[in-house]
Design a binder for this molecule. Structure first.
Ligand SMILES: Cc1cc2nc3c(=O)[nH]c(=O)nc-3n(C[C@H](O)[C@H](O)[C@H](O)COP(=O)(O)OP(=O)(O)OC[C@H]3O[C@@H](n4cnc5c(N)ncnc54)[C@H](O)[C@@H]3O)c2cc1C
Length: 410
C-alpha cells in the first residue's frame, strides 16, 4: 500500500498551498496530493473571467508549472477520487480500488456546484462553472454557435459569467430568485449598482424570478419555464446557485460537520491527525462575531493552507486572517474586505454613477467590511479600518475626499 507522511485530498487552491508551505517550512517528509480533476493545481477564479473570455489560456492558470511539484518532491495522484476514509487505521480508499496510508490527512476538497432540483436539471447544455472541464464544455457549445444563454443565480459566478457571455455576443438573461442580486453577500447599494450595470450592458436581468423547470428536446435544453408559465428560450443554461461541500467520505468516517467539516482554530477536525481547509471547512470566525461559517475564497483556502502546514511543522498559529475577495465584471473591479453580514449601517463613499465608489459596512459604529468598486485606495485603507475594528466619524467616512488611512486609529 502506498504511504505518505502527509496526504492532501484535493489538488486545488488550498491543497496546493499546504504542499507549497510544507516545503517552504523545511518539511522533509513525504507529501502526496490526490486530486479528482486530471489537471495539476490551477487557479479557479479565471474560469468565470479571463479563461471563459479566452483572454488567458489554460497554461497560464497553473498555480505552479506542473514540473514544480516533482521538483519539490510533492507526488501528484490526479484523476483519482478518495471515496472512503478509515480514521482508525489511517487508510484512504481510492476510486481506482487502491488504498493509501496517511500520517496526517488534509481534506481540501472544495465543493460541487449545487444542481437545480427541478425537472430538466441534467439536460445537455446545462452547466455549472467549477472546473476546467465545465468551462471547456461551455466553450465548445459557444464554438458550435450557441448564443442564447440563461444564467440562473445572481451571485458572483453568475454575474461574472453573464458579463463575459455578453462580451461574446450572447443574448443573456439572468434570473435571481431573491429580490436583488448579491443579496447574501452585499448591501443594497452594491446590488442596485450591479443590476444597473448588467442591464446597461444588455443583460435581461430579472429578480424575484422563480424557475419552474427546464425544457428540452432530444436530451438538449431548449428553454427555462418560469413559475408564471412563460418560457425563456435557451441553448445554454448556466446554474450558479452555490456549492455543496465535498465532504461525504469524511463525515462517514466520523468527522463532525454538516454544511462543511467543523474545524478548530488550527483547522483540525475532531478526527486524529485530520485537518480540513478551504471551501469545505466550517470555522468560527472573529469577523462574524464567532459564528461558524464557510468562506469560499482564494484568501481563505490559502491562509488556512498556511495555518495547517505550519501546524504540521509544529508551529501553531490560530487562523485569524482578514477575509478578502474580488470580482471582475466588465471593466469593474470589485474588492471586498471583511464580512458585511449583520451590518446595521452603510456609508457610501463617492458616487456610483462615476463607477468608482465604496460601500462601508458598520455594526454598532464599528467598520466591519467594505465593498470597493474601482477604488483600490479605499480597499487598502479600509482593510486597516476593518482590522482595527475602527469607529470613525461618520461624516468624514462619507467624504470620499478624506483618505481612509486618516481614519485609522493611532
Ligand atoms: C468560477 C469561479 C470563480 C471564482 N472567483 C473567485 C474570485 O474572484 N475570488 C476569490 O477569492 N475566489 C473565487 N472563487 C472561489 C475560489 O476559487 C475557491 O474559494 C477556492 O478554489 C477554494 O479552494 P479549495 O482548495 O477549498 O477548493 P478547490 O480549489 O475547489 O479544490 C478542491 C479540489 O478537490 C477535488 N476533490 C473534491 N473531492 C475530492 C475527493 N473525494 N478526492 C479527490 N479530490 C477531490 C476537487 O475536484 C477540486 O479539484 C471562484 C470560484 C469559482 C468556481
Amino acid at each position: 500500500m502506498q504511504q505518505a507522511d502527509v496526504v492532501i485530498v484535493g489538488a486545488g487552491h488550498g491543497g496546493a498551498q499546504v504542499a507549497l508551505m510544507l516545503r517552504n517550512q523545511g518539511f522533509e517528509g513525504t507529501v502526496l496530493m490526490i486530486g479528482r480533476e486530471p489537471e495539476a493545481p490551477y487557479e479557479r477564479p479565471p474560469l468565470s473571467k479571463e479563461y471563459l473570455a479566452r483572454e488567458k489560456t489554460f497554461e497560464r492558470l497553473y498555480i505552479r508549472p506542473p514540473q514544480f511539484w516533482a521538483d519539490k518532491a510533492v507526488t501528484l495522484m490526479l484523476g483519482t477520487e478518495v471515496t472512503a476514509v478509515d480514521a482508525a487505521t489511517k487508510v484512504l480508499t481510492l476510486s481506482d480500488g487502491n488504498a493509501v496510508q496517511y500520517g496526517k490527512l488534509v481534506w481540501a476538497t472544495g465543493g460541487d456546484p449545487r444542481k437545480l432540483s427541478c425537472a430538466g436539471a441534467d439536460l445537455a447544455g446545462v452547466h455549472g462553472i467549477r472546473t476546467r472541464a465545465d468551462v471547456d464544455r461551455l466553450m465548445g457549445e459557444l464554438d458550435g454557435g450557441a448564443r442564447r444563454a440563461v444564467v440562473i443565480g445572481g451571485g458572483y459566478i453568475g454575474l461574472e459569467a453573464a458579463a463575459v457571455l455578453t462580451k461574446l455576443d450572447c443574448h443573456v438573461t439572468l434570473l435571481e430568485a431573491l429580490p436583488r442580486v448579491l443579496a447574501r453577500v452585499a448591501g443594497e447599494d452594491l446590488s442596485a449598482f450591479y443590476e444597473a450595470e448588467h442591464r446597461a450592458h444588455g443583460v435581461d436581468l430579472h429578480t424575484g424570478a422563480m424557475v419552474d423547470c427546464l425544457e428540452g428536446n432530444g436530451g438538449k435544453v431548449t428553454g427555462v419555464r418560469m413559475a408564471d408559465g412563460s418560457v425563456l428560450p435557451a441553448e445554454i443554461v448556466i446554474v450558479g446557485i452555490g456549492i455543496i461541500p465535498a465532504i461525504a467520505p469524511l463525515l462517514l468516517a466520523g468527522a463532525a460537520g454538516g454544511n462543511g467539516v467543523d474545524v478548530d482554530e488550527f483547522c483540525r477536525t475532531n478526527l486524529p491527525d485530520v485537518f480540513a481547509i478551504g471551501d469545505c471547512a466550517a470555522h468560527a470566525s472573529d469577523f462574524a462575531e464567532g459564528a461558524v461559517i464557510r468562506l469560499e475564497s482564494v484568501q481563505n483556502a490559502n491562509d488556512m493552507g498556511t495555518t495547517v502546514a505550519k501546524a504540521i511543522c509544529g508551529d501553531l498559529h490560530p487562523y485569524k486572517a482578514t477575509p478578502w475577495f474580488w470580482s471582475n465584471q466588465y471593466d469593474l473591479r470589485l474588492q471586498t474586505v471583511g464580512l458585511s453580514t449583520g451590518h446595521d449601517q452603510t456609508v457610501l463613499r463617492g458616487d456610483p454613477a462615476t463607477r468608482s465608489f465604496s460601500v462601508v459596512y458598520l455594526k454598532a459604529g464599528r467598520v466591519i467590511a467594505l465593498d470597493c468598486v474601482n477604488m483600490v485606495k479605499d480597499y487598502v485603507g479600509g482593510r486597516k479600518l476593518v482590522e482595527a475594528r475602527a469607529t470613525p466619524d461618520i461624516d468624514r467616512l462619507a467624504d470620499a475626499a478624506t483618505p481612509l488611512k486618516e481614519l485609522i486609529p493611532a
